[in-house]
Design a protein around this ligand. Structure first.
Ligand SMILES: Cc1cc2nc3c(=O)[nH]c(=O)nc-3n(C[C@H](O)[C@H](O)[C@H](O)COP(=O)(O)O)c2cc1C
Length: 166
């Protein structure tokens, strides 16, 4: 017979995954390293406190970010992010329930790339540079997975940013 369910057990909140792309403002692009330092410091603490994990890919003046966690937490973080004036032209690519976390090891994994970076060689989504209008949920996840795999390959110490761009 199945053991009786303990009354203090609560199902884990449903997992939500949100992906968007946005453009760095000219001011942000001019000081990308400084802005990223700020985003990562504040973002990692906030995401960890809210149970949110995710990744931020930076390429050619564009951001591509995935946030995953309890729906309300993701809504809260995206609410703050979407009103941040350091970027503009936000395009929501995906916002839906997900079965599993893709970036469970990171409160905010980050990598800076150039469009011709060899990491993206053969990636259809990067064939003509970073073009957010062509991104789909699947191709976005593919690009972010490259970042994740590079971070995993970075070893136990991990890199804060995968090969920061020149
Ligand atoms: C591209 C980009 C990504 C960001 N990602 C996050 C994030 O994952 N988590 C987070 O808390 N803040 C993130 N931020 C920073 C927030 O927009 C905001 O500055 C921060 O949450 C502090 O908000 P507050 O001043 O309203 O407290 C990001 C900002 C930018 C421009």
């Amino acid at each position: 017979m199945a053991p009786a369910r303990r009354t203090d057990e609560r199902p884990a909140p449903a997992l939500q995954r949100l992906i968007y792309a946005s453009a760095a403002t000219p001011e942000t692009a001019a000081d990308m390293a400084g802005v990223l330092d700020d985003i990562l410091q504040a973002g990692r603490a906030c995401n960890a406190a809210l149970g949110v994990t995710g990744a931020l890919l930076v390429c050619d003046g564009w951001f591509l970010q995935l946030l995953e966690g309890p729906k309300e937490s993701v809504r809260q973080v995206y609410g703050a992010v979407s009103s941040d004036r350091r970027h503009t032209d936000l395009r929501l690519i995906e916002n839906r329930p997900a079965a599993v976390r893709q970036f469970g090891d990171w409160s905010l994994c980050c990598g800076v790339f150039r469009p011709d970076d060899e990491a993206f060689a053969g990636e259809p989504a990067m064939r003509d540079g970073f073009r957010p209008e062509t991104l789909t949920p699947a191709s976005s996840l593919g690009l972010l997975s490259i970042l994740r795999d590079l971070q995993h390959g970075a070893g136990a110490g991990g890199l804060d940013s995968a090969r920061p761009a020149a």
